[in-house]
Every structure is written in structure tokens, then in C-alpha cells.
Design a protein around this ligand. Sequence first.
Ligand code: A3T
Length: 147
Amino acid sequence: MRVLLIHSDYIEYEVKDKALKNPELISDEMKKGRMDEVLVAFISVEKVDEKNPNEIVDKAVEEIVNVAKQVKAENLFVYPFAHLSSELAKPSVALEVLKKIEEKLKEKGYNVGRAPFGYYKAFKISCKGHPLAELSRTIVPEAAKEE
Ligand SMILES: C[C@@H](O)[C@H](N)C(=O)N[C@H]1[C@@H](O)[C@H](n2cnc3c(N)ncnc32)O[C@@H]1CO
């Protein structure tokens, strides 16, 4: 998994067209979204993550919470982003992983938003620009490390 973390004044998105034959089913209200004072996690779920999706979910949550505490962000935004890797996991696995990350972050008490999966989306973001405002993480299952 590749994660790009941007601490932002806001993020807003608008769904444009389907990018997959069967994108996530969404309500009209999910077609646009905005969150303010937010730590945005752009996430590419990778093929190697299919070896142990649950472990990847837990590791991603740990990394995101770690940065959220450092930048004192209470709002988090999970953004499916297929452009951080050339070895993408299949959409069915990726969507489940992203939904579980969202769910576990909520369980930890954060306000969590998530952009719809499987669409082309326009988005605007305002990076805060402080030293910890732009971070990236690469997360791999333990099983993949032994190879
Ligand atoms: C396109 C661009 O504007 C938009 N931002 C986009 O990336 N859309 C992606 C993700 O929402 C999702 N998606 C599919 N596979 C994956 C994956 N392995 N990991 C994350 N997302 C995925 O499916 C879309 C097409 O790849």
C-alpha cells in the first residue's frame, strides 16, 4: 500500500464519470464532498496487500493515527487514489480495505470522510505547507518482507 498524507485547510471533490465498469454505488449526496481542517490520506491499495488485507488495514490505521496525532488533526479523509503505484490490487479487495480503514479510524474517535470508489473525480486541496504537511508511507504485509 502507498499512502500520501496531506494536512490540509480543506479538501473538496466532485464525482465526474465512472472509472470502473462497476464503481461503488453512491447516493446523490456522495457525489460532492468537502472537509475542512483535515488530514487527507490518498491511498493506492497494491497487489502485494492481497496477501493479508486485514494486516494492511491495521498498519495503515496505525500510520494515519500516528501522523494525525503529530499534526493534531481530528478530521481524516480517505481518498481512493490509483496513481501511487503501478501494481494495483484488484478493485474488490481495494474497496474492502479502504472501507475497513474508514471504519477503524471512526472507531478510534475521528471524524472520517471517504471519497467514492471507482470514479473519475475533480478535487481541490489546500496543503498547509508546514514541515509535516506532506508525508508518504509504504506499507507491506510481513509475508511480503520474507520474499
Ligand atoms: C481516476 C482518478 O480520478 C481517481 N482519483 C481514482 O484513482 N479512481 C480510482 C479509484 O477510485 C478506484 N481504484 C481502483 N483500484 C484501486 C486501488 N487498487 N487502490 C485505490 N483505488 C482504486 O477506481 C478508480 C479507477 O482506478
